[in-house]
Design a binder for this molecule. Structure first.
Ligand code: GLA
Length: 734
């Protein structure tokens, strides 16, 4: 599913030696060592801290590790395998041996190492790729599986990668959750047997669990220390990450496409390319692994990942389906008045024969409902121009409803098995279009292309996807290819996104899927950000954003200030706390501003003003998680530091309220011990400044002692609430 095509012949490819080779795949601070002996299986010998050249000579003797780098079902059938194939003669034994190795330096500074393994008995090869990039400690691995057997072969399992991890006190950190409760964190020692993390939704793959894990090799996970491995499967479809702990010395980590109900047939001459598994190692605990993923992601995997993101207002919780021109104009004026830069019109603006007034119709009919918007999109764009904000729009292009002109015209475009009835989830009528079908791919491309070409002033698209595959069948694929449905759906989706991005590289596109259902690195080359959750309750967001930050940077994490009481939890939270939480991601608003009190408006206006001054630190800086909400110490805290360590933003949120509760002092991290930092509180609401306001402390002092943070705010008696939070900027003195 890797979209890039590598033209090895054009680049300086060099064979690494005919007979046998230690393949050293090093990044700045890590090394992966393989042993590639021609005619023998490829072995993995070491993964961890970067090795000195002298260590390489006898590394195998030191580690004792000698696992197949890509175990195939054949020999040792009792073990789990990364690859399982039914060959054209019906036999299932695969026996791969190294036939060629190559290392290619590419013009962008990255290095691609390729190991070709050929089956000893069949014309069947597996290329195993390892890509390293400048300034990154993430290694990307994937495989290309090619059959030259006369008759089709069936791929029964086709993992992207495998990693053995020596047993010891190894802990797994992973994310689970559900709609409106995404990315909850779980930490557990690895059990014997299999620990499986998987998804079978078909469309949204980060709701119930996430396709990323961390392994802490030195016992209970720590933010700051302990050898830690992180792995992220870059794939938006059904996935499977499992760790098999058998009676040997190793935990065996496998990650790839979920092969269940997805056996894939390869005809003679065909190649199946697996998605990328990105993995990294850090001796600095969970925090080190997160920072590795964040910097890699911003530089290499997230669309426009190093660009600054605008502050926006999204209309959904402000007016839901009740879209009309005065409401849109009012919201635009309000966000502009508060200092925001972009307004996004959410669901409800489209449909002619079937107006989109609730969630049971119209998807697919992407024409403006002129009863609601008589002056069309251009009218809205003119209003946005005159007010001085950019304009964005919501679409859900992979979906339709039975009540839609699209479905009436193309009932064969939806995912459906002939024997089953159409069965929708959302609104009971929503159906998933079959992205395996090239006609559907063209349709989706044209929807987006026409929108952006007709209205070049559209600056932002919220791309939603709110249904799972409910009906196991493709009306496009032939009966012998039905098991390709899930995979071909995502092939089609990624190919369509590739076309969209080639034509429209500058528009900001958000990946939304019933909230946080599409936070996956596999989509991020095409998206600038994802919607983290439909739950905007600030207190619950602290937990969800904490979990999300394990693998994703703040720049990608849509984080909005919503109304109080909150529309999901009905909790009442003061504007200051709501703003202070939202500011730790890509700040936005999700409410009807005209319902805000003057106090709320003042706090939010100031939050936006301050955020714009520090967003480069939050969106592009290094994250240091200081005190986890999951530790239930009454406080959660994190900070962002510029790579130069000359500026930082510290966040502190009280997560519970008990009288005379002793809250822990939070020590800072990531600063330069020898520099002096001046303290400035952002968006203060207290009558008196903090005692440390304007004072200067060394990084060493702050990292050893932290700052004194009062448990409450110093406000008028009637303004007291049970919430307290602080956002503090620490600027290094010249
Ligand atoms: C999904 C999204 C929401 C909103 C609605 C619109 O639920 O997650 O943010 O866009 O769809 O119908």
């Amino acid at each position: 599913m890797k979209i890039q095509i590598f033209t090895l012949s054009l680049l300086c490819a060099s064979a690494l030696g005919a007979s046998g080779e230690v393949l050293d795949i090093s990044t700045h601070s890590t090394s992966l060592v393989l042993n590639a002996v021609e005619g023998s299986p490829l072995k993995i010998v070491y993964y961890g801290e970067r090795l000195a050249p002298a260590d390489l000579d006898a590394i195998h003797e030191a580690t004792g590790m000698w696992q197949d780098a890509y175990p195939a079902y054949g020999y040792n059938p009792k073990a789990e395998a990364a690859l399982s194939v039914t060959h054209s003669d019906g036999y299932m034994a695969t026996d791969l041996a190294v036939s060629h190795t190559a290392r290619t330096s590419r013009p962008d500074g990255s290095t691609l190492t390729t190991v070709t393994m050929t089956d000893r008995n069949y014309p069947f090869t597996v290329d195993l790729f390892y890509l390293t990039r400048p300034g990154s400690d993430v290694i990307e691995t994937w495989t290309a599986i090619t059959s030259d057997e006369k008759k089709p072969v069936t791929l029964n399992r086709f993992m992207s990668g495998y990693l053995p991890v020596r047993q010891g006190d190894v802990w797994l950190s992973s994310l689970y959750g559900s709609w409106a409760n995404e990315t909850q964190l779980t930490e557990e020692p690895l059990p014997h047997g299999v620990r499986m993390i998987k998804n079978k939704d078909g469309v949204r793959n980060s709701h119930t669990a996430h396709a990323e894990v961390m392994l802490s090799l030195d016992g209970r996970p720590s933010e700051t220390s302990g050898r830690t491995i992180g792995a992220a499967l870059c794939y938006p479809g059904n996935y499977k990450i499992f760790i098999d702990t058998d009676d040997g010395d190793y935990h065996h980590l496998f990650a790839g496409i979920n092969e269940e109900n997805s056996a894939y047939q390869l005809k003679k001459g065909e190649t199946f390319t697996t998605p990328v598994l990105a993995f990294t190692y850090s001796p600095d605990g969970l925090g080190g692994v997160s920072r590795n993923f964040h910097s890699w992601g911003r530089k290499y995997q997230l669309h426009n990942g190093t660009a600054s993101r605008p502050v926006l207002l999204n209309s959904w919780e402000g007016c839901y389906f009740d879209i009309n021109e005065p409401t849109m104009a009012g919201m635009m004026a309000d966000i502009a008045e508060m200092g925001g830069e972009l307004f996004v019109m959410d669901d409800g603006w489209f449909g002619d024969k079937y107006p989109r007034n609730v969630d049971n119709s119209s998807l697919g009919d992407w024409v403006v409902d002129t009863r609601k918007l008589p002056h069309g999109i251009n009218g809205l764009l003119d209003t946005a121009d005159s007010i001085g904000v950019k304009f964005g729009i919501w679409i859900e292009p992979e979906m339709t409803n039975t009540a839609s002109e699209l479905f009436e015209a193309h009932p064969d475009w939806v995912i459906k098995a002939p024997a089953l009835d159409n069965r929708g989830s959302r609104g009971s009528t929503q159906l998933v279009l079959d992205m395996a079908n090239p006609a559907v791919q063209d349709f989706v491309f044209n929807i987006v292309d026409t929108l952006l070409t007709s209205y070049p002033r559209i600056a932002y698209i919220k791309w939603d996807a709110n249904d799972p595959v409910n009906n196991a069948g493709s009306q496009y694929l032939t009966s012998d290819r039905q098991s390709h449905l899930y995979i071909d759906y995502h092939k089609g989706l990624l190919a369509t996104l590739e076309r969209i991005r080639a034509a429209h590289p500058d528009v900001i596109i958000q990946a939304c899927a019933s909230g946080g259902g599409r936070a996956n690195w596999g989509l991020m080359p095409y998206f600038d950000e994802f919607w983290t959750s439909d739950n905007n309750d600030a207190l619950q967001r602290i937990y969800m954003q904490w979990g999300t930050s394990y693998f994703f940077p703040a720049v990608a994490m849509g984080s909005h200030i919503s109304a109080s009481p909150n529309h999901q939890t009905f909790r009442r939270i003061p504007a200051k706390f709501r703003a202070d939480v939202a500011m730790s991601g890509r700040l936005g608003l999700e409410m009807q501003p005209k319902n805000m009190t003057d106090d709320e408006r003042r706090v939010v206006r100031r939050a936006i003003e301050d955020y714009k001054k520090v967003r480069h630190i939050i969106q592009q800086g290094d994250l240091y998680r200081l005190l986890s909400p999951f530790d239930r110490k009454g406080v959660a805290s994190l900070m962002y530091v510029t790579p130069e360590k000359d500026d930082a933003v510290f966040f502190w949120w009280k997560t519970e309220t008990f009288m005379n509760q002793q809250l822990p002092r939070v020590t800072l991290d990531g600063l330069d011990p020898d520099r002096l930092y001046t303290v400035t509180e952002l968006n203060p609401i207290d009558r008196r400044p903090l005692a440390v306001e304007g004072k200067t402390y060394s990084g060493r002092y702050l990292m050893a002692n932290g700052l004194p943070i009062p448990n409450t705010h110093d406000v008028e008696y009637h303004q007291n609430t049970d919430y307290a939070s602080r956002v503090i900027r620490l600027t290094a003195k010249e």
